[in-house]
Design a protein around this ligand. Structure first.
Ligand code: URP
Ligand code: ZN
Length: 457
């Protein structure tokens, strides 16, 4: 089946033009005005009044993530369905081995689990220790499985975080391979001391989660990661930047032409630490690391998105149920970290970024699709509406007004940190590899997702 999308406003990072798009066998064949095709075997979608955008890529999701309180509540099926309904057609999740486990075996296990996804997927691989065999295992992931991005945690030192010596080893190995290292920047040891100090002083409620992870601890880690990456000559991608202090280090590195990329998430653009005032049921859903910051940080992050200091917006999708969060009722350290958002990224950024004139619609496409594709080696197969690219396309209707609620969302969780938030616009149609997966905002076809292998150089 071929598809012709007519009369849409095609948005790229550079411009918006009225254009038809013709898709044959899952691949974009032609774009241009007034495309005429034989009617046989061709379905026409009328996109009058809508924007056409390349399928969004979420570079940071945790589906079925093991935690001390069980798994995060969206698995690859429910999470990918919710993603699709929000316009996301590719995700990058993580391989997090257990200490002592072979990184390559952990990769194979996770790849098998991810095969249930209804959208295409890639995996960042996280070395959680440095052993004599680790370099060889990372090479195997790179050469045999096309893994090009590796994630390091500077936080969570007792479980998955690694120290500076190990970080440098990972960075040197990845630099040699020509890949990129992504880093969760928070000073793990210092934060652990602060957390325990608060707890021992009887300060056990949710707000101490945020107070024990101050912005200075993020900025210090950002600077450390930048310095280590420079020493290793390694490309660096800093995940979920939440603080304006971190941006100063990122800007300085970028102005010195160091390859440093940055990601933020909708929650850090839209919310502040006021979310930690109130009852447990209201505050615990927003327990995440790094925590929510101040209004000045929101403003600085929007500015950094507009001026290009931050390249991408991911979600760090990692929802838990209220019951799971309740494990930390009397000890904030036990609340599982993370919140959902895989379904809402585009509608939130459109409503609170584009419509509020903080970013253009072209910049929106760049940060949710084109930049993640370029940084993680998926471009031009993904991240663009161009001849030869996969036909992952969002037909975005800017009109509908809705309110986000856990009662109506498609994420598998009984809570939603955006509960009650008004949004404008909806993914009216979503095409995944040329198949109409979402029609009038409803999932109509379960397309199989494929592992995105990036050819090693
Ligand atoms: O709180 C968060 N961010 N949870 C997900 C895991 C991580 O640290 O990225
Ligand atoms: Zn994360």
């Amino acid at each position: 089946m071929n598809i012709l999308i007519k009369n849409g406003a095609l948005v790229s990072p550079e411009k918006t033009v009225f254009s038809d798009v013709f898709i044959r066998d899952g691949i974009i064949e032609r774009i241009g005005k007034n495309i005429q095709v034989p009617e046989k075997n061709c379905e026409t979608i009328d996109a009058t009044g809508c924007f056409l955008m390349p399928g969004a890529i979420d570079p940071h999701v945790h589906l079925n993530l093991p935690s001390g309180q069980g798994f995060s509540s969206d698995d690859f099926v429910s999470g990918s369905k919710a993603a699709l309904l929000g316009g996301t057609t590719s995700i990058i999740d993580f391989v997090t081995p257990k200490r002592g486990q072979s990184v390559y075996d952990a990769f194979l296990e996770r790849k098998k689990e991810a095969a249930k996804s209804l959208i295409d997927y890639k995996l960042h691989v996280s070395p959680v220790e440095w052993l004599p065999r680790t370099a060889e295992e990372l090479e195997r992931c790179y050469y045999e499985e096309g893994v090009s991005s590796f994630k390091i945690y500077m936080a969570y030192k007792s479980s998955i975080g690694i120290n500076d010596g190990a970080i440098l080893q990972v960075m040197k190995t990845v630099a040699r391979l020509g890949g990129i290292v992504t880093v969760h920047c928070e000073m793990g040891n210092e934060i652990d001391i602060l957390r325990d100090q608060y707890f021992k002083a009887g300060k056990t409620s949710v707000k101490y989660h945020a107070l024990s992870r101050p912005p200075e601890m993020e900025a210090m880690a950002v600077k450390r990661a930048i310095d280590l990456a420079k020493k290793a000559d390694c490309s660096l991608y800093i995940v979920h930047v939440s603080s304006r202090l971190s941006l100063e280090h990122i800007r300085k590195a970028q102005s010195g032409l160091q390859p440093v990329y940055a990601e933020t998430c909708p929650q850090y653009l839209l919310y502040t630490d006021k979310k930690y005032q109130g009852k447990f049921e209201q505050t615990a859903p927003c327990v995440m690391s790094p925590p929510l910051r101040k209004r000045a940080d929101n403003i600085a992050l929007w500015q950094a998105l507009a001026d290009g200091t931050i390249q991408t917006v991911g979600t760090d999708h990692c929802p838990f149920s209220l019951e799971q969060k309740k494990a930390g009722l009397s000890d904030f350290r036990k609340i599982p970290n993370g919140a959902g958002g895989i379904e809402h990224r585009l509608e939130l950024l459109y409503s609170y970024g584009v419509l509020k004139k903080k970013i253009s619609i072209n910049r929106l496409v760049d940060m949710i699709s084109t930049q993640p594709a370029k940084i993680f080696g998926l471009f031009p197969r993904k991240g663009t509406i161009s001849p030869g690219s996969d036909a992952d396309i969002i037909v975005w209707n800017p009109e509908p007004a809705r309110t986000i609620s856990a009662k109506s969302h498609h994420q598998n969780a009984d809570i939603n940190i955006y509960e009650g938030t008004n949004i404008y616009g909806q993914a009216k149609y979503v095409l995944s590899k040329g198949m109409l997966a979402v029609n009038h905002g409803k999932l109509v076809k379960q397309v199989k997702g494929f592992y995105l292998y990036q050819k090693a150089e």
